[in-house]
Design a protein around this ligand. Structure first.
Ligand code: ZN
Length: 186
């Protein structure tokens, strides 16, 4: 059976306090780097913008790093604002820690579920894979994917990982049969 897939639909926002207006939300927009050469050392920043007042902040990606340490393709990516590179840097937990922000994934991802799973007999085993590191609560994800209430999820799902703790690592779960089906026509 095909796995369910969690993938991002756009770049997440950043929960990052603005020094001007105290808003706590910033966006990387389309994604723009700034590269500054200082002799043989490079600084690379990712630019983000406060969503309230538009103030631009610089997130440190590399600080005084020797030019020779850069893969030429990576360096080209920084100069060209390569969208893949923007995403990979923004989603890198190291960048978040160093620059003290968290990612706000609200509305920035979706769950793709292949259809027709209901034709199978019970119990059904399903797999969830993450194309992007979106932290989700398994109980919410499963409820959404199966169209069940959260209570029903807790009753009918067997899973090796805690259903209530957010994860962004793939997992499998088993759906047990629900209430006995009513005879047709009732
Ligand atoms: Zn602001």
């Amino acid at each position: 059976m095909l796995p369910w897939v969690v993938r991002r639909t756009r770049l997440p926002l950043l929960s990052l306090r603005c020094v001007d207006c105290r808003s706590e939300s910033a966006t990387a927009g389309e994604g723009r780097f700034r590269v500054n050469a200082n002799g043989k050392l490079l600084d690379v920043w990712l630019l983000v913008r406060c969503v309230s007042c538009d103030r631009t902040s610089k997130l440190t990606v590399h600080e005084r790093a020797p030019v020779r340490c850069f893969d030429p393709a990576e360096l080209d990516g920084y100069h060209a604002n390569d969208p893949e590179l923007v995403a990979s840097r923004l989603l890198d937990p190291l960048l978040a820690r160093r620059n003290r922000f968290t990612l706000d994934w609200k509305g920035a991802w979706r769950l793709d579920t292949p259809s027709a799973w209901l034709d199978e007999g019970w119990p059904v085993q399903l797999e969830v894979v993450f194309e992007d590191p979106v932290p989700v609560r398994p109980e919410r994800l499963v409820a959404q994917g199966l169209g069940l209430s959260r209570n029903e999820v807790l009753r009918r799902i067997k899973c090796d990982i805690p259903l209530r703790r957010p994860t962004s690592a793939g997992f499998t779960f088993t759906v047990m049969a629900g209430e006995p089906a009513r005879p047709a026509g009732c």
